[in-house]
Design a protein around this ligand. Sequence first.
Ligand SMILES: Nc1ncnc2c1ncn2[C@@H]1O[C@H](COP(=O)(O)OP(=O)(O)O)[C@@H](O)[C@H]1O
Ligand SMILES: [Mg+2]
Length: 501
Amino acid sequence: MFKKLPGDEARNLVSTTPDTAVVFRPAVVKTPAFVTLVIWLFRLVAGLVRLVVRHPVAVAVPVGLGVIWIVYGRTMALVVAGFVPAMGLSWFLLERDSFLRLVGWRLLAWWRLVFVYRRHWQPVMVISGLGRHLRGRDYLPHLRRVTCDAWADRVSVKMLAGQAVKDWADRAEHLAHGFGAPSCRVAVARAGRLVLTFPRRDPLAVPLPAVPIPGDRDPGVGPVEIGRCEDGRPLRLKVHGTHVLIAGATGAGKGSYLWGTIRGLLPAMRAGLVQVWALDPKRMELSFGRDLFGSRYAADPAECADLLEEAVNVMQGRADRFAGLQRSHTPTTDDPFILVIVDEVAFLTAYQPDKHLRQRITAALATLTTQGRAVGVGIMAALQDPRKEVMNIRNLFPDKIALRLDESEQVDMVLGDGARDRGALADHISPIPHRGAGVGYLRLETSPDPVRVRAAYVSDADIRDMVQRYGSASTDGTNTGNGSASTGGAAEGYEYGSEAA
Ligand SMILES: Nc1ncnc2c1ncn2[C@@H]1O[C@H](COP(=O)(O)OP(=O)(O)O)[C@@H](O)[C@H]1O
Ligand SMILES: [Mg+2]
């Protein structure tokens, strides 16, 4: 075995290149067999140690059973072998959460590591171009660890030296298909290390029923729960202290974001801490719950311009009062948070034929978005076409949501540069309402990574119920709702009505 080392073969090299007189013989260092044996032995021991450290449970179980077999005999080993799964099962049934956290997800992670990721790692890396096969040797990124939770597998990877995150982000689709996942998200853990997220199931695949209206006891203006995130957590949308832009093709489900937000704010509206001002130029969306807004509803473009300018007045009044006293706004009944909701905002800006009106509206929107945050005036606008010509102030909205879009270029227009590369595939959302309506990607001011979310569906019946319980007629007995600007005044929460009167 040791007589002929690979280096000796060089003696028999024959050059196939014509006119080559010189054949280089590689320098061969003969290693004594003893050294090779020591190296192999060392590798074996190191491998065993690594196995124990990485998979302590998987090693402890067979070793423990083996020891019992040797010390107490076969019967005892079989009894214990039956006892352990039975105990695991009862643990699972009684204390599901702790079982999954301590054992279940680890077992699953081990399973997925061995039978999915390690098994397919080499071909997926080489074929997707993330690994190299050079002169018979594979240079592959290092698969370090797999962790699982109820929603997804997270795979930590050490990149090959010289690779960039973009190399991986560009191949997200290759990776997803290669490992049999519906999608793949790439995030940086630290220099040279990535975490790939492969969802195993999609909690957003079916429509979600409307979130219950929060209790009246503790009316809050904090983040409003309006749906669910991809990982199963509730989607809480912050509206106070920011502005939100929602873009999506027609039928993408913009309405459920607007209505979900209104729904979550109803108790605070009743308590007088929030006012929703509704602009509905298409008359197809917010008109349905008109009674909720009292006098602060406008559909006609001229009325919309008036309402927006009124909001600017309120905002400037507050800015004058707050100047030097406070730098951020806390909602009170005297100075409630004003949320201006604009459906189909392009009808008021780009598609508005009256030039004077268009300028007034655009100026008011720009003023509100640039200065409204700190004094408690927020804008939530929905639009279909995110091009700059249509919505030139789109960059003034700190938080953005992209629902189903027609073209891939529109994704970055809404969410900002690089969002699509980071996994916001808004142009791939299904146009079938049951599967895709309300699904979108949310990009917050504070995080560059878009999050896939779905708004709960607020049906017509839900809106009717909201109007019945919280409509202006039911909140203050004197107001008949559907108000002209002259109603209100006495009742709390009618600041706009009283100021306009
Ligand atoms: N969150 C949602 N979940 C499931 N289906 C929805 C959701 N939102 C809307 N839909 C469905 O999609 C249709 C269009 O929604 P809509 O809000 O009117 O879209 P848009 O305002 O974006 O044009 C609705 O009639 C409804 O059937
Ligand atoms: Mg709509």
